[in-house]
Design a binder for this molecule. Structure first.
Ligand SMILES: NC(=O)C1=CN([C@@H]2O[C@H](COP(=O)(O)OP(=O)(O)OC[C@H]3O[C@@H](n4cnc5c(N)ncnc54)[C@H](OP(=O)(O)O)[C@@H]3O)[C@@H](O)[C@H]2O)C=CC1
Ligand SMILES: O=C(O)[C@@H]1CCC=N1
Length: 268
């Protein structure tokens, strides 16, 4: 099986590295293509995969093609891909919003797996949701799931609605966590801690909370009650969050990303 990844950015490179360092693919089976000459120049020096700057040299012979460009680049890319592909090839999209139907129509092919990955894939802690068009066989689906799992874990969803929904939760989600971390860091600095100490306080707090969550089957809501003493400091913080409607605001943010994914699907 020959795999081509189109787009050597955050996601394309992450998946390429995940697949290349797994036992599933050897170097000559994995190719990566990008249009940026500077990126190509840097990438040819790495030993993990073969790097291409011409679609004609790498696309026609690929069995599985990962598409990892920004959604606004897909129209132009699809025009260039169309004369070089055939209906036996399997296309795996990592693009937010872009629908299976659009990919099938613009490329004139049938086999598409649409995914929503996330950035922690860079450290093997990603979560990718995926769904497929009718023409994709069970075997092909398992094969691609194994490739996706080289960057973490994956969940199969029945419809594309859940790909857009997972964009709102896990795809964009790491940014919500970083947003919260940034607020905590700014508060620590304002309280007078150094940059160094602020980072230790915030990072350890996140790591510790995640570890507790991972090692026990207890809901976040329940964990809050274990931190908060009646009339104490945590309750003062939670009361402040509740008074400012922060729970609802975070849910609104997740829905904003979900809705934007749906909107993106209609823009191309
Ligand atoms: N970043 C994230 O956390 C997540 C991203 N995604 C999705 O993944 C996709 C990629 O995002 P990301 O990796 O962050 O984007 P990047 O911009 O980091 O990577 C895209 C790469 O594709 C290159 N490129 C642009 N046009 C073409 C083309 N026609 N042919 C080949 N390569 C091309 C870009 O070059 P240049 O820089 O010169 O434009 C760039 O190197 C997006 O569709 C996004 O929705 C999904 C989940 C999470
Ligand atoms: O912001 C975006 O559109 C992409 C999709 C999910 C994360 N990054």
């Amino acid at each position: 099986m020959k795999v081509l990844v189109i787009g050597a950015g955050n996601m394309g490179l992450t998946y390429s590295e995940g697949m290349a360092t797994s036992p599933l693919l050897s170097k000559h089976k994995l190719r990566i293509y990008d249009t940026d000459p500077k990126k190509i120049k840097l990438l040819v020096q790495q030993p993990l995969f073969n790097v291409y700057d011409d679609l004609e040299d790498c696309l026609p012979k690929a069995d599985v093609v990962f598409i990892a460009v920004k959604p606004y680049h897909c129209e132009d890319l699809f025009k260039k891909m169309k004369p070089l592909i055939n209906n036996d090839q399997l296309f795996v999209s990592l693009m937010a919003g872009v629908t299976i139907e659009l990919i099938q129509d613009q490329l004139g092919i049938e086999k598409v797996i649409r995914t929503m990955p996330n950035l922690p894939a860079q450290v093997g802690k990603g979560v990718t949701s995926y769904t497929e068009s009718e023409a994709v066989s069970k075997l092909e689906l398992i094969m691609v799931r194994n490739l996706l799992d080289t960057t973490g874990t994956s969940i199969h969803v029945e419809t594309e609605k859940f790909i857009d929904a997972s964009t709102g939760i896990s795809g964009s989600g790491p940014a919500y966590v970083f947003y919260f971390m940034q607020s905590m860091l700014e508060a620590a600095l304002k309280m007078g801690f150094s940059q160094f100490d602020s980072k230790i306080l915030v990072r350890s707090t996140f790591e510790g909370a995640i570890e507790l969550f991972n090692q026990n089957d207890i809901s976040p809501e329940n964990w809050i009650t274990r931190v908060a003493s009646k009339g104490g400091t945590t309750q003062a913080a939670i009361d402040s969050l509740d008074a400012n409607n922060v729970n609802q605001l975070i849910q609104d943010a997740a829905y904003a990303a979900f809705n934007r994914a749906v909107e993106l699907g209609k823009e191309y």
